[in-house]
Design a protein around this ligand. Sequence first.
Ligand code: PBG
Length: 333
Amino acid sequence: MDITYRPRRLRRSPSLRSMVRENSLRPSDFIYPLFVHEGNQVQPIGAMPGASRWSLDSLIHEVQRAWELGIRCVVLFPKVDESLKTENGEECFNEKGLIPRAIQLLKKEIPQMTIMTDVALDPYSIDGHDGIVSAQGVVLNDETIEFLCRQAVVQAQAGADLIGPSDMMDGRVGAIREALDDEGYEHVGIISYTAKYSSAYYGPFREALDSAPRSETTKPIPKDKSTYQMDPANSREAITEAQLDEQEGADILMVKPGLAYLDIIYRLREESELPIAAYNVSGEYAMVKAAADRGWIDEKSVVLETLMSFKRAGADLILTYHACDAARWLQEK
Ligand code: PBG
């Protein structure tokens, strides 16, 4: 055949392919999410094989292991004791709470690791919502923000490097920025959950923290988070959220979930010069684990291909429960 251009010429050998490869994965691209609890055991999580609730002692070892694999950032989520949960989630700004203690411990033992936190009320609220639920069953915006600011300041005080508001209240990035600055934490960054969708992919995470919205008690409680998290049908709205977060002082923008929202990652990459993060969430992790366990897919190849897709879409950073495995596989390659 008379073909001038043959793209296969550059695919002939591993070395040629490596020369023209457009994207790459490095362990420092990953942010490793970790669950902590008060107990002294390592508790496996049913729907997330390979992930656990760590005790404070075991957390140190896990973070050390991640550091040695080249991971440079972890994000901490608390499984809060039922007895500490309240309607308004006041435990979220307890200076002696689980998260501040975990941060202090990690900063003492592994000071070089970047520590990211989650800001929202759901692990601390009886109602299981990211904000305060009124007697009428409305998730209150401005009242919630006061609590989030106190939570962020307590986390910064404990030594957090990056504050991650995941609550989706309007105006919270600006308010948290101001609260941090007022308290002398102008060096602490904000990685905002900018385009966080009201998604069914968070199921296993809510099991891990026992933080799903509760059924009605003495007041009506919204069944899902769709009055504050984004509608999966929308993409232009993600641009609006990104513009607001940028104006309000966010340092990094995040899209969540990741895999079903690659188009949103791509659009934010086009619209903003800030670093973009993608959250490869618990449900995405659970699906891969389940299929791999049945022998239906090859876990390593599927995970590395998926993580690469986030980079290709335009993400600089990837929050993923596969972080340690992926870092190890990259070393083997
Ligand atoms: C809480 C929060 C959630 C996740 C991160 N922070 C759950 C939710 O919004 O209901 C989900 C992470 C995952 O599924 O891996 N605000």
